[in-house]
Design a protein around this ligand. Structure first.
Ligand SMILES: Cc1cc2nc3c(=O)[nH]c(=O)nc-3n(C[C@H](O)[C@H](O)[C@H](O)COP(=O)(O)OP(=O)(O)OC[C@H]3O[C@@H](n4cnc5c(N)ncnc54)[C@H](O)[C@@H]3O)c2cc1C
Length: 280
């Protein structure tokens, strides 16, 4: 199906894009991997597309204690770059879609799209990242935990542009992003971002975040708290598995039932914790 007719504007700078969005009914276009299918299905019918996909000023990875990732950085760039203290970003990016999707799709597009089964929302929630958002009114910062409002809904207003994501580093943490898919390249049935800091055989810190189990990323704080200061025994892991699914009611669809997704959540957490426990 062809999209409805739409105007196209290609700004030379973020400032130009913001001016245009302030004065017109426009929709930001980055890699087009989610937006173009929605236009073809006529789920969205914007008046203009504002193509920021090639704006160099939004494509960067700046390392430091806090890492800054520009919104139009492609998944493939993140997949090919090991960032010290944020190795999980590379692992997650390499599991997004297939190579064509990774070459076109952007980190900002994935976050702006907020698909309930996408990988980065869970990742950046686990990492306690900050979204830096620009509009004609100025720049504001929103924590990942407050950014995702629901399925395909975020704190972004129509005339906003997500400029960058600021991420604290987690040096000394064991890090993993695991996802269960029906076919290679699929969205996650369930995905798990996990960061674990062990000292002298005890859990000093742990961060857990799931995708695919609700409208927003799910961070089970009770499970995290229960794991802290434990030796990560089998009993500790079992308790965390139960707490991780407490109050969670994942969707049922053709890929899996709600109860199956809950079971996958538990198994993913168990397997990844056990793997990390065994790692030196
Ligand atoms: C076959 C296929 C498989 C896929 N598999 C996966 C997968 O396994 N895991 C996964 O997570 N994703 C997957 N995706 C989605 C993919 O990651 C997309 O790249 C991503 O969702 C959107 O990024 P984009 O740059 O293409 O954004 P676009 O499609 O251009 O835009 C998406 C939305 O974000 C908004 N937007 C984009 N950039 C900004 C910005 N800087 N500021 C404000 N709003 C912005 C747009 O207005 C639009 O609403 C898949 C897509 C396809 C086609």
């Amino acid at each position: 199906m062809y999209p409805a007719q739409v105007g196209y504007y290609r700004p030379d700078s973020v400032e130009e894009a913001l001016d245009f969005l302030d004065n017109n009914e426009g929709k930001v276009l980055a890699g087009g991997q989610s937006l173009i299918p929605m236009l073809k299905l006529r789920i969205l019918k914007p008046k203009y597309l504002v193509d920021i996909g090639d704006l160099k000023e939004l494509s960067f990875i700046r390392e430091g204690e806090v890492v800054s990732i520009g919104a139009t950085t492609r998944h493939s760039e993140l997949a090919s770059r090991k960032i010290p203290g944020l190795e999980i970003v590379q692992e997650t990016a390499s599991k997004v879609g297939d190579i064509q999707v990774r070459n076109m799709g952007t980190v900002g597009g994935s976050l702006g799209n907020a698909d309930p089964s996408a990988d980065y929302p869970a990742l950046f929630t686990a990492l306690d990242a900050t979204m830096v958002i620009r509009s004609k009114k100025g720049t504001r910062e929103v924590k990942a935990g407050d950014f995702f409002k629901g399925a395909f809904t975020t704190a972004l207003e129509p005339s906003d542009i997500l400029e960058q994501i600021k991420v604290p580093t987690y040096k000394g943490y064991r890090q993993a992003y695991r996802k269960v898919v029906r076919r290679a390249g699929d969205f996650a049935l369930v995905g798990l971002a996990l960061l674990l800091k062990m000292e002298a055989g005890e859990v000093k810190d742990v961060r857990i975040s799931f995708t695919g189990v609700g409208e927003r990323p799910h961070r089970p704080l009770e499970a995290e708290n229960a794991l802290k200061d434990t030796k990560l025994t089998d009993g500790d892991v079992s308790r965390a598995m139960e707490l991780a699914v407490k109050g969670v009611n994942p969707p049922s669809d053709s890929r899996g039932s709600s109860s199956y997704r809950r079971e996958v959540m538990k198994r993913l957490l168990k397997n990844t914790l056990e793997e990390m426990r065994g790692a030196s």
